[in-house]
Design a protein around this ligand. Structure first.
Ligand SMILES: Cc1cc2nc3c(=O)[nH]c(=O)nc-3n(C[C@H](O)[C@H](O)[C@H](O)COP(=O)(O)OP(=O)(O)OC[C@H]3O[C@@H](n4cnc5c(N)ncnc54)[C@H](O)[C@@H]3O)c2cc1C
Length: 389
């Protein structure tokens, strides 16, 4: 039986561990947190992400936990339109899913065959002609395949692609989900989701419905994301929340209401940036097997097009497809070939969207948005032929 060690239990790692286990691998999943848990956020899944979930056999219950988010347009802080809602050129609208619902789907997908080890913070990766292995300073975990799914700051990637670093884009982002029982009632004239930008600041929100409502997420609430110029804030969460309320004060409804209903514990602060340069390869042979980079460990990029988790799912669906037949080394080479152009394409569109959505300096003051640039970037980023393409 082929063996795999998966490092990191985020979207990429959970999906990879489940996919390998379901196709007959013996899998050990290492996570530095003591237990597996979902982030305090919601995830927008574009059609490419849904297609990847389907290829992984995990899209079964998606209808019950997701809410469609058709195009909303973009407003200015005073509520005036910057971009009127239009018909985006997508085969179907993206959907938004509560992070905990998605997490539950991944946990169910692990089955009972994955050996899950919490509290293991990987510190090293052995890069020799021997079998691949990672260690936490006490134990080495050896396998035919090591899957590096340990996020943007990946320890494993730093060992395999030392020249690649996570470079800040000059913004910090916050995400939160206000649980349905303390989410404000949105006025009827407001759409259930929206996007507003001004002077480099950006705020998006999406209603996840109420708990248990048919067609809505089982957990419900309202998810929002705020992006502001500057570095990560060192204040404790209560101080960060106070800053957010100040920065977005006076913005049109429901921005103020949502921030007022948010509690410090709901907040998740994250850096915004990209890997520079991309790793030279996403598949590194070692002995008869090798290492493979998936998700943010391979290609972290700003969230302007909300594609990071979707790309992670594409990675895993592709990995599953290339490992079906043939040698592991050939599979890793093929994985790199299929993912490289695709990732570069989405990165390019993300940069284009970023120059429009998060402009700096004089451009930020002008607050001009070319809707065609955004629609085109979203449409191109969403085009993915599937794991065998
Ligand atoms: C503000 C914002 C909004 C976003 N919105 C969307 C969206 O709507 N749609 C979308 O598709 N994408 C979105 N993204 C991107 C998406 O969140 C990421 O691309 C995705 O979560 C990456 O998943 P991952 O599993 O690769 O990494 P992570 O989620 O970072 O998971 C890495 C895991 O590895 C563990 N780990 C780290 N180091 C070690 C170690 N040394 N040893 C053991 N374990 C370790 C961590 O604890 C963690 O569990 C957004 C990103 C941001 C910042």
């Amino acid at each position: 039986m082929r063996t795999a060690v998966v490092v990191g239990a985020g979207v990429a790692g959970l999906a990879a561990a489940g996919a390998l286990a379901r196709t007959g691998w013996s899998v050990t999943l290492l996570e530095r947190e003591d237990r597996l848990r979902a982030g305090r956020s919601a995830v927008v899944l574009w059609p490419n992400g849904v297609r990847a979930l389907r290829a992984l056999g995990l899209a079964g219950g998606l209808d019950g936990i997701s809410t469609p988010v058709p195009p909303t347009g973009i407003r200015r802080p005073d509520g005036q339109w910057l971009v009127q809602p239009g018909a985006a050129e997508l085969e179907s609208p993206p959907v938004v899913v509560h992070g905990e619902d998605l997490h539950d789907a991944f946990i169910a997908g692990l089955g009972d065959q994955v050996d899950v080890r919490g509290g293991i913070a990987v510190q090293s990766a052995r890069v020799t002609r021997d079998r691949p292995a990672v260690g936490d300073g006490r134990v080495m975990f050896e396998a035919d395949l090591v899957v590096a799914a340990d996020g943007a700051d990946s320890v494993v990637r730093r060992r395999l692609a030392a020249g690649t670093t996570f470079a800040s884009a000059g913004f910090a982002a916050w995400r939160a989900v206000i649980p349905w029982y303390r989410a404000p009632q949105l006025p009827e004239e407001l759409p259930p989701h929206g996007e507003t930008m001004g002077a480099g600041h950006r705020f998006t929100y999406a209603s996840l419905g109420e708990q248990g409502h048919q067609g809505h997420t089982s957990r419900g609430g309202i998810a929002w994301t705020a992006t502001v110029p500057g570095a990560l804030r060192p204040e404790p969460p209560a101080g960060q929340l106070a800053l957010l309320r100040r920065w977005f004060a006076g913005w049109h409804a429901p921005v103020g209401q949502l921030l007022a209903a948010t509690e410090a514990d709901d907040l998740l602060q994250e850096p915004v940036g990209e890997l520079k340069p991309l790793p030279g390869t996403f598949g590194v042979p070692a002995g008869p097997g090798g290492y493979v980079l998936v998700g943010d460990a391979a290609h972290a990029m700003p969230h302007h097009l909300a594609q990071g988790a979707c790309l992670a799912l594409e990675d895993v669906a592709t990995l599953q497809a290339v490992l079906v037949n043939g040698s592991l080394a050939a599979g890793l080479q093929e994985y790199d070939r299929r993912r490289r152009n695709r990732v570069q394409r989405v990165l390019l569109q993300t940069r284009k969207a970023g120059s429009v959505l998060q402009p700096r300096g004089r451009l930020a003051a002008l607050s001009r948005v070319n809707p065609r640039t955004l629609d085109k970037a979203a449409a191109i980023a969403t085009e993915w032929p599937g794991p065998t393409g």
